[in-house]
Design a protein around this ligand. Structure first.
Ligand code: NI
Length: 185
């Protein structure tokens, strides 16, 4: 079977993201932030092994998805390095920080839905990755809200990938256990 993505494009995006996020840590840990990018792109690779789509677009946006939101990288820089589809995808995945918190998610989902389905898939992969055990400092209310937000993402974007939708659904289901464990602790 022929690959529908390029290892060289993956490496180029990963190096770019590693430089951009240099010095950032995964919240609540001493681990480099780029672990998150490895997990999100790994979820995309899982989907690419069973579903047809533009693998380069999905993987590059997965690796670069937090650059505009969390680093000095601009839309224009992404456009000149990776082209308009990747830059537009990353911009759609970037929350508008000037909006109130709940509305910024709805706004981002709306902009993601105007993009090709590969961008929807990155948002699913991002939330799958973020539904591992919640950081120890999170309060119960925050965990519950995060889970509700995940359901909102699932409902909005599930049609982009049966594979990722099923994986997110199971993560949402198992996340309840984290809440129960919290209650019992
Ligand atoms: Ni992310």
């Amino acid at each position: 079977m022929k690959l529908n993505w390029s290892q060289d494009n993956y490496i180029k995006a990963y190096k770019f993201a590693a430089h951009a996020h240099q010095g950032q840590l995964y919240p609540g840990t001493e681990i480099s932030y780029i672990m998150h990018l490895s997990f999100v792109s790994m979820e995309i690779l899982g989907a690419l092994s069973v579903e047809e789509c533009n693998g380069d677009l999905a993987l590059q946006c997965a690796i670069l998805h937090d650059t505009i939101e969390d680093t000095d990288i601009t839309f224009e820089q992404l456009k000149s390095e990776f082209g308009l589809p990747v830059a537009s995808g990353v911009r759609a995945l970037t929350k508008n920080a000037s909006l109130p918190k709940h509305y910024s998610m709805q706004d981002s989902l709306q902009r993601i839905k105007e993009q090709p389905r590969e961008i929807w898939m990155v948002k699913l992969a991002d939330r799958i990755t973020n539904l591992q055990a919640p950081p120890p400092h999170w309060q119960q209310g925050k965990i519950i809200r995060y889970r509700e937000e995940a359901i909102e993402i699932y409902e909005a974007l599930k049609d982009s990938s049966d594979f990722l939708a099923a994986r997110l659904a199971s993560k949402i289901k198992n996340y309840i256990k984290s809440i129960n464990e919290f209650n019992n602790s």
